[in-house]
Design a protein around this ligand. Structure first.
Ligand code: H2U
Ligand code: ZN
Length: 369
């Protein structure tokens, strides 16, 4: 595994060695390393494991706080919305009126953080998921993400659009929904990506993730591609089936995308999420989110992308970030190349029947370092 210019190794030979030998991979987007213990499990593939059949969800649930016309936890009633619906989170972690002053006492430092938290219902129907929605409906969600970004970026430097799906990821409700948080400070992950992308741009005049997408196109880690977007299991993936969705043309934020690129985004999202659901034949839990350029300054160094971070290694085996991961560095057994191959083998059309690992987490095997 050499980057030594005196003993160059072809990409194929390098990959072959990485397949079987423990090694570390560098994540240039956050400038951190992960440990890949390839060959540790010898991957006994037990094939698709069915989950217990579950009753289908109703299209409307009178007890759901996100369904149209229902009353939320704070007593407010949702409008009888037809498509998407955005409201201020009733239990917001950030509030617009918080003073942002700093407090210092020796080693103790703190600062007030102002912001906004919103909830976005992707559809009026309780039983849908993004993968099962028509492309026009997913396109509407893309438009709301972009509009919310424009609105909040006018007030706050960082806008975080995300979705938690599945109880195992902390989602509180199966109704298709995501969240948008905006804040005054650059949060940890944003600050790391800001630094690396700036440096790469200063050094090369190019965007780091556009260079990466060019290097990976047609390679072994690609899961989905169209003219505008690339989905891959990044070389440095931490979660077993983590993927990176990156715009293939310069774009810093969702509002930058024209109609064509929003349509192609909706299409590729559906295909990726169908692959996830079909991988184990269950509604695949994940956290996903967009990383867009911070507002208020130059943004030509930052490339728009989304991370999909699913916790499952098998249908009933979840990856826990514990022990070595918490105390030393992230470790994985499944190589990124194998994960990409598994995702490519899963169908990109049609969605899974089974529901999820919800309620079964911990009952199955556990994958920990
Ligand atoms: P998650 O499922 O990703 O946790 O998102 C649901 C959010 O909805 C959660 O942040 C909010 C919770 O605070 N919520 C309301 O704002 N009103 C409600 O009536 C219940 C939940
Ligand atoms: Zn509902």
């Amino acid at each position: 595994m050499s980057s030594d210019p005196d003993s160059p190794e072809s990409a194929d030979a390098l990959l072959e060695r990485l397949r079987t030998e423990p090694h570390r991979r560098h994540n240039p987007l956050i400038n951190e390393w992960i440990l890949v213990s390839a060959g540790r499990t010898h991957r006994p593939w037990q094939g698709r494991r069915e989950t217990a059949p579950t009753d289908p969800l109703p299209t409307f649930d009178p007890s759901c706080y996100l369904c149209p016309g229902n009353v939320r936890a704070n007593g407010e009633r949702n409008p009888d919305y037809a498509e998407t619906f955005v409201f201020t989170n009733d239990f917001s972690a950030l509030r617009p009126d918080t003073p942002t002053d700093r407090m210092v006492d020796g080693l103790l430092r703190a600062e007030g953080e102002a912001g906004a938290c919103r909830v976005l219902c992707f559809d009026r129907r309780h039983d849908l998921t993004l993968a099962g929605m028509p492309v026009t409906a997913v396109r509407r969600v893309v438009d709301v993400w972009a509009d919310q970004t424009s609105e909040l970026a006018a007030m706050y430097p960082w806008v975080q659009v995300f979705e938690n799906r599945g109880q195992i990821m902390g989602a509180s409700n199966p109704h298709p929904h995501g969240q948008i948080w905006a804040g005054t400070a650059l949060p940890r992950e944003a600050a790391k990506e800001d630094e690396t992308q700036r440096r790469h741009h200063e050094a090369t005049g190019r965007r780091l993730l556009l260079d990466y997408a060019d290097q990976e196109a047609d390679g072994p880690r690609v899961v989905e591609a169209n003219h505008d977007w690339l989905v891959l299991v990044p070389f440095w993936a931490a979660w077993p089936y983590e993927t990176l969705l990156v715009a293939r043309h310069p774009a810093s934020r969702l509002p930058d995308l024209n109609d064509g690129r929003r349509d192609s985004l909706a299409a590729i999202l559906i295909r990726l999420l169908a692959r996830y659901d079909n991988l184990f034949g269950l509604s695949f839990p994940y956290s996903m989110g967009w990383h867009q350029a911070p507002s208020g300054g130059a943004d030509d160094y930052w490339q728009l992308h989304a991370h999909f971070l699913p916790p499952l290694l098998r249908a009933s085996v979840r990856k826990f970030m514990v022990g070595y991961e918490l105390l030393a560095e992230t470790q994985r057994d499944l190589t990124a190349e194998q994960a990409a191959e598994d995702l490519r083998a899963a169908s990109a059309v049609g969605v899974a029947v089974g529901r999820s690992l919800d309620g079964r987490a911990g009952a199955g095997e556990v994958a920990a370092s």
